[in-house]
Design a protein around this ligand. Structure first.
Ligand SMILES: *[C@@H]1O[C@H](CO)[C@@H](O)[C@H](O)[C@H]1NC(C)=O
Ligand SMILES: *[C@@H]1O[C@H](CO)[C@@H](O)[C@H](O)[C@H]1NC(C)=O
Ligand SMILES: *[C@@H]1O[C@H](CO)[C@@H](O)[C@H](O)[C@H]1NC(C)=O
Length: 321
């Protein structure tokens, strides 16, 4: 990938979140607290020629820092394991982050592995075993495919542009934004604080017309694409702790390429901080754990060293696996 690699690498078509009812496990398990959470992050398959010398799969360090800055550790999850191995990992991690990138949302290994964790998370939450999932950009798109059971994406290009969010009334009673100060909520609707790097997304029309999608997720914000389409930009599950953003909260603090419109204002940084802390606090409600400290230590991303990539990609650092 060239210096614009960040763009091409995000959210292409094949490439490419919950406050609620008293019934949900959130309330039931409020007392459970795990102050040593581990969030699983699925790796992405390397398709870009310039990255191939480094490894077969990768995770941009910005997502790792985003999770770590919220007070969690990261376990990278490879895409080549068996279902039984993912079931085993699920019992140890406290949440899952589906990152942006480029993968087919139905046929790729990324989609296959995400579906396994999605199904495990549905069943766990139903049983009172709290397990949050966060999808960013392609990760959010993938969540909509998993929930709807089909791909509802269409051209909603918003490429390399920072936008304010068009918040819905539901945003103000949402879990995601509940700790946002009033002043920041206002700034979110007026200042370009959310970085967009995508070609496809779910239009507001498709969202409302798909029964599965709108009964599963609350729509918290929308935005307008280059072609005029209104697209879904923030969602949270009504009954499940699943969250999705079409935009990139991690870039506000952890990506700096000057050709890319990454918001770095104090408000932009604050939003990124609050959302990472929000998601990790969701992970603290999960009591999954590793069997022993050695197994935990060997599973964490601390065993890997990121590669400096700021001179040949839109990212600063990448982890390769
Ligand atoms: C914000 O959302 C409302 C309701 O969907 C819509 O009518 C309006 O055009 C949107 N504004 C922008 C700037 O997208
Ligand atoms: C999506 O729409 C934009 C704006 O209308 C257009 O420039 C672009 O070529 C379209 N992209 C695809 C992949 O169809
Ligand atoms: C990027 O910088 C590193 C050293 O910081 C250097 O080894 C590498 O060759 C550079 N890559 C390119 C493509 O310029």
């Amino acid at each position: 990938m060239s210096s614009t690699g960040f763009l091409t690498n995000l959210c292409l078509f094949f490439t490419c979140c919950f406050c609620c009812s008293k019934a949900m496990p959130t309330e039931l398990r409020q007392e459970a607290m795990n102050d040593r959470p581990v969030i699983g992050v699925l790796t992405q398959i390397v398709t870009d020629e310039v990255l191939k010398p480094f490894g077969n799969t990768f995770i941009p360090a910005s997502y790792v820092k985003y999770v770590e800055s919220g007070g969690s550790r990261v376990m990278p999850i490879r895409l080549t394991l068996t279902t039984a191995e993912y079931e085993n990992i699920f019992k140890k991690i406290n949440g899952l982050l589906l990152i942006g990138g480029a993968a087919d949302l139905e046929t790729s290994d990324f989609a296959r592995v995400a579906k396994i964790f999605y199904r495990l998370a549905l069943a766990a939450n139903d049983a009172g075993d709290y397990f949050p999932i966060w999808g960013t950009c392609m990760g959010m798109q993938l969540l909509t495919v998993l929930v709807a059971g089909k791909n509802l994406l269409s051209n909603t290009t918003a490429e390399n542009i920072a936008l304010p969010l068009n918040l819905t009334t539901e945003a103000h009673s949402s879990r995601m934004f509940k700790d946002f100060p009033d002043e920041l909520m206002k700034a979110l609707t007026q200042e370009p604080l959310t970085g967009n790097f995508h070609h496809y997304g779910v239009t507001v029309k498709n969202f409302h017309e798909n029964e599965k999608l709108h009964s599963f997720f609350s729509l918290l914000s929308t935005n307008t694409a280059e072609n005029g389409a209104h697209f879904v930009s923030t969602i949270e599950g009504k009954r499940y702790p699943f969250y999705g953003v079409q935009w990139h909260p991690e870039v506000n603090r952890f990506q700096w390429n000057t050709e890319l419109n990454f918001p770095h204002s104090p408000h932009a940084v604050h939003i990124s901080s609050l959302l990472s802390e929000f998601f990790i606090n969701e992970g603290r409600r999960s009591l999954h754990q590793f069997e022993d400290p050695e197994e935990e230590a060997s599973s964490l991303i601390y065993n890997c060293t990121p590669v400096y990539a700021g001179n040949f990609t839109g990212y600063e650092q990448l982890y390769f696996f």
